[in-house]
Design a protein around this ligand. Structure first.
Ligand code: NAD
Length: 342
């Protein structure tokens, strides 16, 4: 894909569309980011064929259908997805069935713009898959667009990105290049997030975080994720826990479980975060930056464990340590109460 990176790069939107030969783009956003979508539409000028501003978390199939109809109705030859993972996900859902190319302008650190992974939710179940057709053709990273991302969302979104890098480091299909990218990504976000919490307008820190998110997304797109992503998928899909916050709370507990069996990943993360105790460090920093500390805070109750464990052990998948029901219960109990949080 093409990538444009830098403060003010939204100004190059029309040029990107022209480079891809796109003349009729449907601009996608959430209702919250309609004003930003209008700004993007203005930049596109007559290359904007219309707007669809109803993107929702986890791409409900009804929303995907409505967006596809809007694209058909507007005679769109592509989509411009401006926003977080939910909006990028909607662009992917359109691409999946229509083949329409997507330009993505990410405004969070979720990383979806770098992956061929799509997701669709129907009757409370999220299905995901991989298809190269959904990978955006061009990504425009403009740190200025992330300056307004509230600190709490910046922190949890940043930890969502870090989780991609952590699992890429011990992925069954990891490679030395991906591992180098993952380590650098964690280093970037590890310094950028506290700086953003101290001053959300710090454009250098915003650029570092977005560069880290780019790397994390590329790691996610290149490798197979393990226990952490599996659990977050279940907790989000079945119990409606908030996506980025769930990643943030759970990551230290999965790290505590997996890293002893993944020494190279452990060393890499220790170097990147300058700590001897990666799980404790992750729990402490996220708490200090104001993120939720426990799954209980996010609404999970012990009664939800059975279903979580059943789903997480239903099918085998690669993980540094065998995932047994007993081990999972202990992990979930610790995360429920926030045992590692200061
Ligand atoms: P999101 O896209 O749902 O955004 C949350 C809210 O924040 C929305 O209302 C959005 O409009 C608003 N927002 C976004 N950027 C903002 C900004 N800069 N300033 C102010 N408000 C802003 O949240 P997310 O965490 O980015 O995405 C989560 C979704 O992405 C989940 O459905 C997740 O499964 C998916 N995801 C997919 C992949 C993949 O590879 N397929 C990767 C990561 C996440």
């Amino acid at each position: 894909m093409r990538v444009v990176f830098g403060a003010g790069s939204l100004r190059q939107l029309r040029e990107e569309a022209e480079l891809l030969g796109l003349r009729r783009l449907l601009v996608l956003s959430t209702p919250d980011q309609r004003a930003l979508a209008e700004q993007a539409a203005t930049r596109l000028g007559d290359a904007c064929a219309g707007m669809f501003t109803e993107a929702r978390m986890h791409v409900p199939v009804q929303v995907a259908e409505a967006a596809r109809a809007a694209a058909r109705g507007a005679g769109a030859d592509g989509c411009l997805a401006i926003g977080g993972g939910s909006t990028v996900g909607l662009g992917k859902a359109i691409a999946l069935t229509t083949g329409l190319p997507v330009i993505s302008v990410p405004t969070t650190y979720a990383g979806s713009e770098m992956t061929p992974v799509w997701g669709l939710t129907e009757n409370g179940r999220k299905r995901t898959g991989r298809n190269r057709a959904v990978l955006p053709r061009s990504v425009v990273y403009d740190p200025e667009l992330t300056v307004g991302l509230p600190v709490d969302m910046s922190v949890t979104s940043g930890f969502n990105a870090v989780a991609h890098a952590v699992e890429a480091l011990y992925a069954p299909d990891a490679s030395p290049i991906i591992s180098a990218m993952a380590e650098e990504a964690v280093r970037s976000l590890g310094t950028a997030l506290p700086a953003i919490a101290a001053d959300p307008l710090d454009i250098e820190a915003r650029a570092d975080a977005l560069r880290g998110a780019w790397l994390c997304g590329a790691c996610l797109g290149a490798t197979t994720m393990s226990l952490h992503h599996k659990l977050c998928h279940i907790l989000g899909g079945t119990f409606d826990l908030p996506h980025a916050a769930t990643h943030t709370v759970l990551l230290p507990y999965v790290a505590a479980f997996n890293l002893p069996a993944a020494p190279a990943a452990q060393q890499s993360l220790s170097r990147a975060l300058a700590t001897d105790d990666v799980p404790k460090h992750l729990a402490r920093v996220s708490a200090e930056l104001g993120a939720p500390r426990s799954l209980a805070e996010l609404g999970l109750v012990e009664g939800d464990f059975d279903e979580t464990v059943a789903q997480a052990t239903a099918q085998p998948y690669a993980n540094p340590r065998p995932v047994t029901a007993e081990a999972l219960r202990l992990l979930l109990t610790d995360a429920l109460t926030g045992a590692l949080a200061p």
